[in-house]
Design a protein around this ligand. Structure first.
Ligand SMILES: Cc1cc2nc3c(=O)[nH]c(=O)nc-3n(C[C@H](O)[C@H](O)[C@H](O)COP(=O)(O)OP(=O)(O)OC[C@H]3O[C@@H](n4cnc5c(N)ncnc54)[C@H](O)[C@@H]3O)c2cc1C
Length: 416
């Protein structure tokens, strides 16, 4: 057990879960109410004991990327610019106690409390990083064109601009394959930003969102909203193959074949069906389930039989937990991990004998889905709602960018 301060904390992944873990932990160690927790009424906060902490965040990207905004970043250059902020340009991270390394965590040895990391572009062998506490928050690996693949902002802007250019000069239109949440949002944003473009969403089943445990009225409403947004939707159409041909003007295009015999022309086919896989190859395999998700206790600590389990936490999409993967849940888990690490630190310094851990409850299926100008939302107590007001409250006018940015207070420089 670590006994001397400053405690060193290593966070793998600097997005919703990782930044939430780092910044909430910094708040607690500075005696402040954690930013993603319940906020006390003015003058009601009892400062938490001060602790010295050095936090290292490692991320493969050189900035915070608002992943939820991808369908808009891949439709609008203005939004692409806004949605990736280099870590150096984030006021909330300007603290001598937080450093961000651009690279990839390659291995973690819970017994020795040592991780290895490879700096982006480095040809040297991975470097060792020692830590007292570790948070795995590196999410899922997602394929193009669901998510841009660049690791640097500059390259990402080219990647998104090329995609937008190719989609919008399309004469025959764009076909998005896959009627899950990602495909629905991709098709709807493209049509919203480029109303003259033909956008078709094809789905192999007779209901959208068919792999989600959501009530049928949510699935039906999503279809209605897509059609209202003037997206052509082909249900029960399974993609067979695409063929490169020349159209009647002699220009190259794609002939899209479906297994039911239907064919159509398109200039671009975007696959929104690939399965995303956890980025957890750096963890010992006995911590992972068969798909690679991290098995955790309700406190988000690694399983009890892991060496130093109370020094190791996981948060966000890579956690094996109930519920649809959402960024709200990722930020919430980051906060829980921070709070529990802080409790263990207090125990370590001897300033608290009985610690109180936050424990995650089961998360029922819930969703907020942006479909053009409107959104559909569902959670068990509220039931289904939809409309422009739902869009405003769930996503604002920038597909949730400002909501997440403000929730994590990324725009606020820490007080000296
Ligand atoms: C197109 C799309 C639309 C979505 N829409 C919504 C929505 O409307 N509402 C909603 O709630 N959720 C939505 N989601 C889901 C949401 O984006 C995720 O739940 C959320 O991103 C999870 O956050 P995270 O921090 O766990 O992981 P991520 O956001 O994936 O962040 C993980 C970070 O870890 C980094 N990383 C990966 N591997 C390593 C490594 N080995 N070393 C160091 N760093 C690493 C990555 O670069 C990344 O920055 C959407 C997802 C997609 C793809």
């Amino acid at each position: 057990m670590p006994t001397s301060q400053p405690f060193s904390v290593l966070v793998a992944g600097g997005a919703y879960a990782g930044l939430s873990a780092a910044l909430n932990l910094q708040d607690l160690c500075r005696g402040l109410p954690p930013r993603c927790g319940e906020q006390p009424a003015e003058g009601e906060h009892t400062p938490t004991p001060l602790l010295e902490v050095d936090i290292t965040i490692v991320d493969e990207r050189d900035g915070y990327y608002h992943l939820i905004g991808s369908p808009l970043a891949l439709s609008s250059e203005k939004h692409a610019e806004k949605f990736w902020i280099k870590y150096d340009d984030i006021p909330g991270l300007r603290s001598p106690k937080i450093r961000v390394l651009h690279g990839s965590v390659k291995s973690v040895d819970p017994e020795r409390k040592v991780a290895t990391y490879l700096a982006n572009g480095s040809l040297e062998p991975p470097t060792e990083l020692r830590y007292d506490y570790f948070v795995a928050a590196s999410g899922l690996r997602r394929a193009w064109p669901v998510v841009p693949q660049s690791l640097r902002r500059k390259q990402y802007l080219f990647e998104t601009a090329d995609h937008i250019q190719a989609a919008t000069t399309a004469r025959h239109g764009v076909v998005v394959v896959g009627g899950g949440a990602v495909g629905i949002e991709m098709a709807a944003e493209l049509k919203l930003v480029h109303p003259n473009l033909n956008v078709t969403l094809v789905h192999s089943r007779d209901k959208l969102l068919s792999s989600e445990a959501l009530p049928d009225d949510v699935k039906d409403r999503s279809l209605e909203l897509l059609r209202e947004a003037k997206v052509t939707v082909l249900m029960s159409h399974r993609l067979d193959r695409t063929e490169e041909i020349k159209d009647d003007t002699g220009k190259p295009c794609l002939k899209v074949h479906f297994t039911n015999g239907h064919t159509m022309l398109a200039d671009q086919v975007s696959m929104a069906v690939s399965r995303s896989v956890p980025t957890t190859t750096y963890l010992p395999s006995d911590l992972l389930d068969e798909e690679g998700y991290v098995k955790v206790q309700a406190s988000l600590a690694f399983p009890q039989d892991t060496p130093n389990s109370s020094s190791h936490f996981a948060a966000g999409d890579l956690v094996k937990w109930s519920g649809i993967k959402r960024c709200g849940a990722a930020m919430h888990m980051g906060y829980y991990a921070a709070s529990n690490i802080y409790e263990y630190m207090l125990q370590c310094t001897g300033s608290k004998k009985e610690i109180k851990l936050l424990e995650l409850a089961e998360i029922p299926p819930m969703i907020g889905l942006a479909v053009g100008k409107k959104a559909v939302a569902y959670w068990p107590e509220g039931g289904m709602t939809s409309g422009e007001d739902v869009m405003k409250s769930f996503f604002g006018d920038d597909l949730g960018f400002s909501i997440c940015w403000n929730h994590m207070k990324l725009g606020e420089e820490p007080a000296a």
